[in-house]
Design a protein around this ligand. Structure first.
Ligand SMILES: *[C@@H]1O[C@H](CO)[C@@H](O)[C@H](O)[C@H]1NC(C)=O
Ligand SMILES: *[C@@H]1O[C@H](CO)[C@@H](O)[C@H](O)[C@H]1NC(C)=O
Ligand SMILES: *[C@@H]1O[C@H](CO)[C@@H](O)[C@H](O)[C@H]1NC(C)=O
Length: 638
C-alpha cells in the first residue's frame, strides 16, 4: 500500500455519501441492515460453494456474507506469535485475514526457494483456519507492502532490459518458475478443498503502474492454470479502478483517491456488486528522519460505521503491522528518497509487538454491537521484560577483518550490488558494499547520483564524510605522507529499494556508476560484498575479537551478552549514544537503527532469546554508544 499524502484527513475521504446515492439509484429498496451469518472454517464441514458475488452481496456457502478482514504479514511477525495475533484478530470481531506473499524472501537467490520457519506460509494459513478465520491471499508476484522493491527479488534487475510487472519474457519466465513452487503449496488450502482461502487477489494495484495491457490477463491465467479456483479480485485506488480491473474479476478499492465518481465508475462496469474496501488504512508507516504519523480514531469509527451501513466489506491495512526485520523494508521516492523505518507498527489496531491498542478495544466494542464477536478467545496481554543493561565487551573493526573475508571482486569500474558475481549468479540484494581504490591526490570527490543510497567515505580508514541522495560531493584533504598513494574506501548502504511507482525498473544499489575525483572517473576497485546474512554473523566473522577500549570508531562489530534467567519475554532495545547500524540477536537480524529517528526502540521478540547467554552483535557504522539498554515501553517517536 502506498502512503497517504496527507496527515489531516479531509471529511470526505471515502465519499461514502456519494456511494449511497449511486447505490440508491440502482436499487431503491437497498437493505441497510447487516445480517452476518456466523460461518467459520472449522464450523463449515459440508461445503457447497465458496465466496460468490450474488447481486449486491457476497455469499459464502449460499449465505450473505460480509468480509470483515485485517492484514497481517506472516513474515513481519515471529512465527511463534502467529496464533496469538490471529486469535486477536478473531477476538476483535474480524472473520478474515489478508496476507501478501513476498517473492524476494521466498526466492532470495534465483531457483532457491524457502518456505520454512518464518516463511512457512502453509502453517500460517492452517493456523488461521484453526483459529476460525478465512483467508484472502495476495500472491503477487508484485505485492507492494512497503517492501524492498515491493517484494520483487532484486536479481531480476540483473537483466538490463528487465521490465518488471509486464509480459516481458525475462519477467514472465521467472514468475512462472516461482508460481510453480508457490501456487501448488496453497492450492490445496482453497475453500473447496476444505481450506480457509476464500479469495485470491491478482497482483496489486496494477492500475497505478499499467505498463502492459496484457499483464493482468497473463497473471490471471497463470493462477487459473495452476488450479486457483476461488473468487479472484483486483485492488486499485479510486482513480485507477477502471484501468486496473479485469473482465469477470471483482474490482475492489484501495481507499486512496476516492472521488464521487469512483463508485459510479465501479458500478458502471460491474453493476451493483458488493464493495470491498481492500485497503482501509488506519494510519501509515514511518520513514527515517521524518515525524511519526498519527491516526484519528473518531474518523475511523465514523468511516467503518458508514461502510457497514452501506454493507461494504472491508479490510484493515494493517490490522497488525509487525516489524521490518532484517533489511526487508523498502523506500519511497516522490520528491525525495525516504526509507521505511524498522518498525512497521503502522498505527495499526495491534501494536508492533502485538499488544492491544485503545483503537482495538473501541472497534471490538463496536463490532460486538453489530456482529458475532467471540471475545472469550482473547489472549491476555504479555508483560514485557526490562533486562539488565549490556555493556559490550569486545569489538571487531571492519578494516581488521577484510583480509579474512571472501576474496574481494576486482573491477576496473564500480559494479552495482545487483551485478556483483556473488550468490551463485543472483548478485547482492541487501546490506552494504565496500568499494576500495587507491588515489594519488586529494581534491573534490563527486558522485553524480551514483551513490545508492548512503556512503561513508574513508581515506586510509579515517572517516572523511558522507555521500547520499542529498550530498553529491566531498572534499578529500591533500595529505603529506611518506607514501604517494592513499586508500579511498566507500562503504555504501542499500537503505531499501522503492516499493512503489513507475521507476522500480531503475532501482540499482551500491555504486551505480562512476565516482569522480577532480572530474576523472576513479578506476581499479576492490569490492567487498557485505550482506550481513545470518550465517555470516554466526560463522563468517573471523574470531579476532578484541577487548573493548574506551572509544572505538566504526565501522565495527560490537559484541555483548544478554543473560536471561527465566523464560524469555519480549523487550525493546534502546541504543542511546549509538549512531547508525544494524542489530543482531543470536544471529537474527533485527533491523536497522539510526539516531535521526523517529524510531528509538527496537522490538526484540522473546522467542528469539533463550534462557542463559544470548549473543548481541551490533554493527555500528560511526561511533558506538556506552551500552545496550532494554525497556518495556516502545518509543517509536513523537
Ligand atoms: C425490493 O427488492 C426485492 C428483491 O430484491 C424485489 O422483489 C422487490 O420488488 C423490491 N421492492 C421494491 C419496492 O422495489
Ligand atoms: C443481500 O443481503 C441482504 C441482507 O443480508 C438481504 O436482505 C438481501 O436480500 C440480499 N440481496 C441479494 C440480492 O441477495
Ligand atoms: C515496566 O517495568 C517497570 C519496572 O521495571 C514496571 O514498574 C512497569 O509497570 C512496567 N511497565 C509496563 C508497561 O509493563
Amino acid at each position: 500500500a502506498s502512503m497517504r499524502a496527507f496527515l489531516v484527513r479531509p471529511e470526505c475521504i471515502l465519499c461514502l455519501s456519494s456511494a449511497l446515492s449511486v447505490m440508491a439509484q440502482l436499487a431503491d429498496n437497498f437493505s441497510l441492515r447487516i445480517n452476518q451469518v456466523h460461518l467459520t472454517p472449522s464450523h463449515l464441514k459440508h461445503r457447497t460453494e465458496g465466496l460468490k458475488v450474488k447481486g449486491s452481496n457476497f455469499t459464502l456457502d449460499g449465505f450473505p456474507f460480509l468480509i470483515v478482514a485485517g492484514t497481517i504479514h506472516y513474515f513481519r511477525v515471529p512465527r511463534e506469535y502467529w496464533r496469538d495475533r490471529l486469535l486477536k484478530l478473531k477476538a476483535g470481531g474480524f472473520n478474515t485475514v489478508t496476507t501478501h506473499v513476498p517473492w524476494n524472501l521466498h526466492e532470495p537467490m534465483k531457483g532457491q526457494f524457502y518456505f520454512a520457519k518464518n516463511l512457512d506460509l502453509k502453517v500460517f494459513i492452517f493456523t488461521a483456519s484453526e483459529v476460525g478465520l478465512w483467508v484472502i491471499l495476495c500472491p503477487g508476484p508484485y505485492v507492494g507492502g512497503d517492501l524492498d522493491l515491493g517484494g520483487l527479488p532484486s536479481w531480476l534487475l540483473r537483466d538490463p532490459r528487465m521490465k518488471l510487472r509486464t509480459t516481458y519474457k525475462g519477467f514472465t519466465k521467472a514468475v512462472n518458475l516461482y508460481f510453480d513452487q508457490l501456487i501448488p503449496r496453497i492450492a490445496s488450502l482453497q475453500y473447496h478443498k476444505g481450506g480457509p482461502i476464500i479469495a485470491v487477489q491478482i497482483e496489486n494495484e496494477y492500475g497505478s503502474y499499467y505498463k502492459d495491457k496484457k499483464y493482468m490477463k497473463y497473471i490471471k491465467k497463470a493462477l487459473v492454470e495452476r488450479k486457483i479456483e476461488v473468487l479472484l479480485m483486483t485492488a486499485d485506488d479510486g482513480q485507477e479502478v477502471t484501468k486496473g480491473h479485469l473482465k469477470n474479476v471483482l474490482a475492489t478499492l484501495h481507499m486512496k483517491n476516492i472521488y464521487k465518481e469512483t463508485y459510479r465508475k465501479l458500478f458502471s462496469f460491474q453493476g451493483l456488486s458488493p464493495v470491498l474496501m481492500t485497503v482501509y488504512t488506519a494510519s501509515s508507516f514511518d520513514t527515517w528522519g521524518l515525524i511519526r504519523r498519527t491516526l484519528d480514531l473518531h474518523m475511523l469509527l465514523k468511516d467503518v460505521r458508514e461502510m457497514f451501513t452501506l454493507r461494504f466489506s472491508l479490510n484493515f491495512y494493517m490490522f497488525h503491522g509487525g516489524t521490518n526485520f532484517g533489511f526487508m523494508g523498502g523506500a519511497m521516492s516522490s520528491k525525495n528518497y525516504v526509507s521505511v523505518v524498522t518498525s512497521y507498527d503502522y498505527g495499526a489496531l495491534l501494536t508492533e509487538d502485538g499488544d492491544y491498542t485503545p483503537e482495538y478495544l473501541t472497534f471490538q466494542e463496536y463490532f460486538s454491537s453489530v456482529l458475532v464477536v467471540p471475545t472469550h478467545l482473547q489472549p491476555e496481554r504479555k508483560p514485557k521484560a526490562v533486562y539488565n543493561t549490556v555493556i559490550p565487551s569486545h569489538y571487531l573493526s571492519l578494516w581488521d577483518i577484510l583480509p579474512y573475508l571472501e576474496e574481494p571482486i576486482q573491477s576496473v569500474k564500480p559494479i552495482c550490488m545487483e551485478e556483483l558475481p556473488v550468490n551463485q549468479g543472483s548478485g547482492q540484494s541487501t546490506g552494504y558494499t565496500l568499494y576500495a581504490t587507491s588515489i594519488t591526490t586529494g581534491g573534490i570527490l563527486t558522485s553524480r547520483g551514483n551513490v545508492q543510497d548512503r556512503a561513508q567515505v574513508f581515506l586510509d580508514e579515517k572517516y572523511v564524510g558522507v555521500l547520499d541522495h542529498s550530498t553529491d560531493h566531498l572534499t578529500l584533504p591533500f595529505k603529506n605522507s611518506y607514501r604517494n598513494y592513499w586508500t579511498l574506501s566507500i562503504l555504501v548502504e542499500n537503505q531499501g529499494r522503492i516499493a512503489y511507482g513507475q521507476n522500480i525498473n531503475k532501482e540499482r544499489k551500491g555504486l551505480t556508476g562512476n565516482i569522480y575525483l577532480n572530474n576523472s572517473p576513479l578506476r581499479g576497485f576492490k569490492i567487498f560484498s557485505l550482506e550481513m546474512k545470518a550465517n555470516f554473523i554466526q560463522r563468517g566473522l573471523p574470531n579476532l575479537w578484541k577487548p573493548l577500549p574506551n572509544q572505538v570508531s566504526g565501522p565495527a562489530f560490537f559484541l555483548g551478552f544478554l543473560r536471561v534467567d527465566h523464560t524469555p519475554r519480549d523487550t525493546f532495545i534502546k541504543l542511546k549514544g549509538w549512531k547508525k547500524g544494524v542489530i543482531f540477536i543470536n544471529g537474527q537480524n533485527l533491523g536497522r537503527y539510526w539516531e535521526i529517528g523517529p524510531q528509538e526502540t527496537f522490538y526484540l521478540p522473546g522467542p528469539w532469546l533463550h534462557p542463559g547467554k544470548n549473543e548481541i552483535i551490533v554493527f555500528e557504522e560511526m561511533k558506538a554508544g556506552p551500552d545496550i539498554q532494554f525497556t518495556n515501553i516502545s518509543h517509536l517517536g513523537m
